[in-house]
Design a protein around this ligand. Structure first.
Ligand code: 26Q
Length: 824
């Protein structure tokens, strides 16, 4: 199958070279004599892009002619990372390109490295959307992604004197992977008012009038599937002033500046990705972004449906729309508005179509992350939508009342409108009422939402509306692309690269758990990956680390619930222990490199304090001659997708240590294990299912369970809260000023000592240290350690995003793959 599609790619490296030269000399208008790596990257990308276009068009045609159901994945975030390497591997032409580039005097790695990440997301939720696109295309599903084309993605993080500094990520200078569709535009309305009137037939009509119009312009990004010609589309909307908006009156009367200001105001909508993850702050511009994107996407989806000339009742048979968290929930209201106000359907008929079309995925139980919008803000920006929400709520509450008469408290609890001051629209409740399925992203999380935040809705709708789809990751990027040598070794033992499409084939590796030669190669690859990361650490931080040391990595967004603070307190404890040892005792210790990475939301002061502490501890530890190689502490600047591809394959152990019940799933846990690293973690999110799959001997679990968290918190507040004695010693050292001005860290320590230790750092600290000691011991027996790694990788098949997407397709979307025809 691999070779079958080669005809659509380049036949030889000479073919490819020719295309690169052509693009350098014509598209880029440069001469080959001054073709630098940047130009070579652009030309190579254009050459691959050209190859994708044919299949992209054929895929769209195939979808149109087959006239079947399509899936639309609505996400405000798509954390795509780099495209060139991925395109080369998915098309299966990387070796050809390597040869061609070499002939032109370039190393392919250097060319790949020129690309700026497409960083249109914060973290897990955005990267999940990107993995899903890869699986949807690779499995031949007729699917579209819809998102926003931010001019600025997630900020670039710089570390200055130990502090995080945010720098704008301007990434669109030249992006060969997007196609502007200046002919695909939608006018989007905001503000204005609602008028009700009787039409000539005496029918009640509603019209939304006045306000302002902003134009949405489509930009399309091809999504190549792996080992299939199927190439799907990711459509990103960009905002600009509607033509009428550019006010010629003002312009002619000399008020040039204010007409330019109007222009800029329109462009502001798609200007910047909000850098908060797991935190809701009701900013009007964010709501504008949501409506702008949702309205443009629905217009597009409805337009496509209408071309088929089917009855509206068939809409849910043709269209499945998945809401990635509550961010696109306005789509529910917008579709109801289209059917009601514009298409003239009756309420009940429209609502039945709407609620059969949508599915809603929840990604969090954290109360501060649950989206709410103030009613006055809504009223001003989207007056008609607010009316429709009130009506949806009225009908919903009436059915609840009928089913559970006398339960007045229940009505107040489940109302989409929170009766607060000001009143608030609860987006998660709206999403539940407007969808036919609601899913969590790991078993524990899906159980938790049913028993806590959405408990009342399970009672109202019954348990079948709520389901679980455990997250997954694409093995193409997170194994084949990030860890080519390991992928090659696995291919050599499992009968080729088939495992990249059927990850359960990894099972074959269990045969080699005791194979000396295989284990030697395995260890060599891990070591080489660590050398590669050590080099990166040296060039970016100027710290020399020993690749033979145990690499202990925690990379993810910085959040108190993810407990990077517990990790760094543990590191301080290790440092103090080393300082108190005799030279003989030190010789018995396993050298360790503690590596951190991740961005803090710019307004999240406590998270920034954690980064500051990590850097200050590093500054002290890394230059202490008593410690030497035994401990190094590294904070890697600007963690992103392309850096993850270097970092993850180099881990011996990684940390997934959230307070039990707080991390919905986690997905980097899966990436680390798939790359032959072990994990230390709590019984939270997907860690639990990872344990079930790989076996509890192959994971270092510790800490209190989710079911006990509530009682522990209660006892902190109403009982006596004594701090773990080892943690108390760590705090003493911080307070002495060993790691710089103690005042800088008083809030971090105070949150645990004086303010209830909401995330249970002290409760879990002792077992965390104890478990880290077990890790040290286990690492000393390399032979057994490697066996654990191999066994774990062999059992990771379940965590492919292909499995995950097939589950969505079957249990939520009811869509089938559309295989390319023979000879296609
Ligand atoms: C909400 C309102 C206003 C502004 C921003 C937001 C916002 C933005 C991003 C809220 C949440 C997010 C992102 C959440 C997220 O990344 N959640 C993670 O999703 C992963 C994929 O399911 C899970 O693995 C993680 O456990 C979960 O934390």
């Amino acid at each position: 199958a691999w070779k079958k599609y080669a005809a659509h790619g380049f036949k030889t490296k000479e073919d490819f070279e020719k295309e690169v030269v052509r693009h350098v000399e014509t598209t880029l208008a440069r001469s080959m004599f001054n073709c630098d790596e940047g130009a070579a990257y652009s030309a190579a990308s254009l050459a691959f892009r050209d190859r994708l276009i044919t299949e992209w068009n054929r895929t769209q045609q195939r979808q149109t002619f087959s006239d079947g159901k399509r899936v639309y994945y609505l996400s405000l975030e798509f954390l795509m990372g780099r495209a060139l390497d991925n395109a080369m591997l998915n098309v299966g032409m990387k070796d050809v390109a390597r040869g061609g580039l070499a002939d032109l005097g370039f190393r392919i790695e250097d060319i790949i490295d020129q690309e700026h990440d497409a960083a249109l997301g914060n973290g897990g939720l955005g990267r999940l959307a990107a993995c899903f696109l890869d699986s949807l295309a690779s499995l031949n599903y007729p699917a579209w992604g819809y998102g926003l084309r931010y001019r600025y993605g997630i900020f670039k993080q710089e570390i200055v004197d130990g502090y995080q500094v945010e720098v704008p990520d301007y990434w669109l200078d030249f992006n060969p992977w997007e196609f502007p569709r200046h002919d695909v535009t939608v006018d989007i309305q905001f503000y204005g008012n609602v008028r009700k009137y009787q039409d000539s037939q005496g029918k009640q009509q509603v019209s939304w009038e006045g306000g302002e119009i902003v134009k949405a312009v489509a930009f399309d990004v091809p999504i190549p599937g792996f080992d299939t010609p199927a190439t799907n589309n990711l459509r990103l909307w960009s905002s600009k002033a509607a033509s009428g908006e550019f006010d010629f009156q003002k312009f002619n009367s000399g008020d040039y500046e204010s007409s330019v200001a109007d222009q800029q105001r329109a462009e502001t909508i798609s200007a910047v990705l909000y850098p908060n993850d797991n935190l809701d702050r009701g900013k009007e511009l964010r709501l504008k972004q949501q409506y702008f994107w949702v309205a443009a996407s629905l217009y597009d989806i409805v337009r496509r449906f209408k071309k088929s000339k089917r009855a509206w009742s068939e809409f849910p048979d043709q269209v499945a729309i998945q809401l990635n968290d509550t961010h696109p929930t306005l789509a529910v209201v917008e579709l109801q508005r289209i059917l009601l106000d514009l298409e003239g359907l009756e309420w009940d008929e429209a609502w039945s179509i709407v609620s059969q079309t949508f599915g809603y995925t929840n990604h969090t139980v954290l109360p501060e992350a649950l989206e709410k919008w103030s009613v006055p803000l809504f009223q001003n920006l989207l007056p008609r939508h607010l009316q429709i929400i009130y009506e949806i709520n009225l009908y919903f509450l009436q059915t609840v009342e009928r089913k559970f008469p006398k339960e007045r408290d229940l009505l107040a609890r489940v109302s989409i409108i929170e009766e607060s001051q000001p009143k608030m629209v609860r987006m998660a409740y709206l999403a539940i009422v407007g969808s036919h399925k609601v899913n969590g992203v790991a078993e524990l999380h899906s159980d938790l939402i049913k028993t806590t935040i959405f408990k009342d809705f399970v009672k109202i709708f019954g348990p079948d509306k709520f389901t679980n789809v455990t997250n997954g990751i694409t093995p193409r990027r997170w194994l084949h692309q990030a860890n080519p040598r390991l992928s090659e070794l696995i291919a050599s033992k499992t009968g080729g690269i088939g495992f990249l499409k059927d990850l359960n084939l990894l099972n074959e590796l269990e045969k080699y758990v005791d194979d000396k030669e295989f284990k030697k190669e395995w260890a060599e690859i891990k070591y080489a990956n660590k050398v590669r990361l050590a080099k990166h650490i040296k060039t970016t931080t100027d710290v020399t680390v020993n690749p033979s040391a145990l690499f202990d990595i925690q990379v993810k967004r910085i959040h108190e619930y993810k407990r990077q603070q517990m990790n760094i307190f543990g590191v301080i404890h290790r440092y103090l222990t080393i300082k108190n040892m005799t030279p003989e005792e030190r010789k018995k210790l396993a050298p360790r490199v503690s590596i951190f990475g991740g961005k803090a939301a710019p307004g999240y002061w406590m998270a920034k304090t954690i980064i500051h502490l990590i850097n200050n501890v590093g500054a002290v530890v890394n230059k202490d001659p008593d410690v030497g190689d035994l401990l190094k502490v590294i904070f890697l600047e600007d963690y992103n997708v392309s850096k993850a591809e270097i970092i993850i394959p180099a881990s011996d152990i990684s940390e997934h240590i959230s307070t039990a019940g707080t991390e919905a799933s986690g997905t980097s846990n899966m990436k680390f294990v798939l790359n032959g690293g072990l994990i230390i973690g709590t019984c939270d999110g997907a860690n639990i299912e990872i344990t079930r799959e790989i076996g509890e001997d192959n994971i270092f679990l510790f800490g209190n369970l989710a079911e006990d968290v509530e009682d522990l918190r209660h006892s902190h507040t109403y009982g006596s809260h004594t701090i773990d004695s080892d943690l108390a010693k760590v705090f003493e050292e911080i307070k002495k000023g060993t790691f710089g001005d103690a005042g800088a860290f008083s809030a971090l320590v105070g949150a645990i000592e004086d303010h209830g230790d909401y995330y249970l750092v002290s409760d879990d600290f002792n077992t965390y240290l104890h478990t880290q000691a077990l890790v040290d011991e286990a690492y000393k027996n390399q032979d057994e350690w490697i066996s654990k790694c191999i066994t774990s990788v062999a059992r990771m098949g379940f965590f492919s995003s292909d499995r995950c997407i097939n589950e969505y397709a079957e249990s939520i979307w009811n869509v089938e793959p559309l295989a390319p025809e023979n000879g296609d």
